[in-house]
Design a protein around this ligand. Structure first.
Ligand code: SAM
Length: 269
């Protein structure tokens, strides 16, 4: 007889640990003990879609099921937080536009390679296919413009059907997006050597061990003298001294050792 599945399923402590550790191992995201109900509500829909009876079944599906690769990709949309808006953490963007870009431009003007490579702005990488599709569409609702003046909005956006506005075509053409997992070294292999990495408000969801792993990968991916921008709550001070921190008014920037150091940016004391 057909038995409807109750998707108000409990997530036991043991199941929570198994799923939490799997997500941490694969994606770096860390749920601590008091986030059990949050993980439960984020993943319940996946059980419903797959007609599974328990989180233990779901764990086995993710670990050993023949479709585990596809399901891991679908699953990762749920525990991640995609909230953001344009011109978030403005002081840091000002440091980038007014100081860091100038310094890189000066350093590059002497050599044969004049292309600027920025992970996150010119090349965008995300593990979540849904987030990548949104980024490629480049159409946003009103909330995304809460920090933007009408003049800047008009300069860079056009009205769009089904959204408040869409990034103008000439800007969209400058940017490419790719699927990639920050904790996986293979995701960086196809990238060119980078001048700048922006990774803001992502590592805040990672464990310290995974932050260290990712920061080491950024270090390898950057050119000597390259720059790393993290979110304001994502200090590396207790994690690693691989990068030199430079403090500006309202913003912190991390620099990899290398030739640009001769032109060291003026820090704010
Ligand atoms: C809160 S958003 C960051 C938004 C933006 N950078 C900002 O500062 O507002 C976090 C993004 O990190 C992505 N993410 C989480 N874990 C990841 C991983 N292991 N590899 C790549 N991207 C990941 C999520 O899919 C999500 O789109």
């Amino acid at each position: 007889m057909f038995q409807p599945i109750d998707h108000n399923v409990d997530l036991s402590e043991e199941e929570f640990r198994l799923l939490r550790d799997l997500i941490h191992e694969r994606f770096g995201l860390f749920f601590d003990d008091n986030q059990r109900s949050s993980l439960r509500s984020r993943l319940t829909g996946r059980l419903a879609s797959l007609d599974l009876q328990s989180f233990e079944d779901y764990y086995h599906y993710l670990r050993f099921g023949p479709q585990r690769g596809d399901e891991l990709q679908r699953m990762v949309t749920h525990p991640t937080n995609n909230e953001t808006y344009f011109y978030r953490e403005m002081p840091q963007l000002q440091v980038f536009a007014e100081t860091v870009l100038r310094s890189i431009k000066e350093a590059k003007s002497a050599g044969p390679d004049r292309t600027l490579r920025v992970l996150s702005q010119v090349i965008g990488m995300d593990v979540d296919q849904v987030a990548l599709e949104k980024a490629r569409r480049a159409a946003y609702h009103h909330n995304s413009f809460r920090s933007l003046s009408p003049a800047v909005k008009e300069r860079h956006f056009v009205p769009a059907a089904g959204a408040a506005a869409q990034v103008k075509e000439p800007i969209r053409r400058l940017v490419s997006f790719r699927a990639g997992n920050l904790v996986d070294a293979a995701s960086y292999a196809p990238l060119p050597r980078l001048d700048v990495v922006f990774c803001r408000n992502v590592l805040i969801y990672f464990s310290d061990a995974m932050i260290l792993k990712v920061v080491r990968l950024f270090h390898q991916a950057l050119v000597p003298g390259g720059y790393l921008f993290l979110g304001h709550a994502e200090s590396l001070s207790r994690i690693t001294d691989l990068f030199t921190p430079i403090r500006f008014q309202g913003a912190m920037v991390y620099r990899k050792e290398g030739p640009h150091e001769a032109r060291a940016l003026p820090a704010v004391s």
